[in-house]
Design a protein around this ligand. Structure first.
Ligand code: FMN
Length: 263
């Protein structure tokens, strides 16, 4: 079976599938219909653009069953303002209610984050969702052990000694994104995916905050990686504490103007 299948009754031969193909392996054949260049199948990144761009539904892809495609609804122009409000109004939340977040909401966040872009559509990001608040507390404790031994942030160590959770801020949940240690785009793919998840959390009214100290603890304190069950050969590049926020913010604090050179 060929990598792509063209329904010639429906294909209008507009060539959009060939234009949209990132590695340029689709070309218009002598009969005017799209075809994959001989021997180029291995360069396909399975991004599904050739199928998604066809307004006639004339294209299918061997590796991407049609029933797994979702409708791409046109987003109204007013949504741009809403999205900007969401992005500006999101805050790093560090005070959480004790009530845990329902699993179906946590699942929905992961389900949105999996649509984040990844280099060559490699989709190598893996997640660890710490759903059990008791497990989150244990991990915060392991992070604190690392911080005490690390000699960085003496101020945070003093606050730990006063009973503060400087690692996960008492959050009920923690989510971590990991990638193969030898994958060059791992840090970037994980960061983008976690940023998608953070914004989805804000849209759901949840509070999130990057847990940079936890990322360092996992890298430098083996008991933390063990407690997570981090698979061998994987590196954690992103971590977010998550929960229901205890209070809301009424203002967007000022940030530097974009430092930009226009060419
Ligand atoms: C990579 C990264 C690591 C961070 N690590 C922590 C952390 O360990 N603990 C924490 O309380 N906040 C952490 N933050 C949150 C920043 O302090 C926060 O984004 C910044 O103060 C701006 O506030 P805002 O996110 O509300 O705009 C981290 C943020 C980033 C981007």
């Amino acid at each position: 079976m060929s990598l792509i299948c063209v329904d010639k009754e429906n294909c209008n031969r507009d060539g959009l599938c060939a234009q949209a193909c990132p590695p340029g392996i689709i070309r218009m054949g002598e009969d005017g219909f799209p075809e994959v260049e001989k021997g180029a199948e291995d360069f396909c990144i399975s991004c599904g653009h050739c199928v998604s761009v066809c307004m006639r539904g004339a294209m299918s892809h061997e590796r991407l069953p049609m029933e797994n495609f979702l409708p791409a609804r046109r987003v109204k122009p007013e949504a741009a303002g809403e999205v900007a409000e969401l992005m500006r109004g999101r805050r790093s939340v560090r005070e959480f209610k004790d009530t845990p977040v329902d699993r179906h909401v946590l699942q929905e966040l992961l389900d949105t984050a999996r649509f984040a872009p990844t280099a060559t559509n490699s989709q190598k990001v893996g997640w660890i969702m710490v759903e059990d608040p008791a497990a989150t507390r244990r991990l915060a404790g392991l992070g604190a052990d690392w911080l005490r031994g690390s000699n960085i942030f003496p101020r945070y160590v003093a606050l730990l000694d006063r009973g503060g959770d400087m690692i996960l801020r008492g959050a009920p949940h923690l989510v971590l994104a990991h990638a193969p240690a030898d994958y060059a785009w791992g840090a970037i793919d994980c960061t983008i995916a976690a940023t998608y998840l953070e914004l989805a959390a804000a849209a759901h009214g949840l509070g999130a905050c990057w847990a940079g100290l936890m990322i360092r603890a996992v890298a430098q304190h083996p008991p933390a990686a063990q407690a997570l069950g981090l698979p061998e050969g994987r590196t954690v590049h992103a971590a977010l504490m998550l929960g229901l926020p205890k209070y809301r913010y009424y203002l967007v604090p000022p940030r530097n103007k974009a430092d930009v050179s226009w060419l």
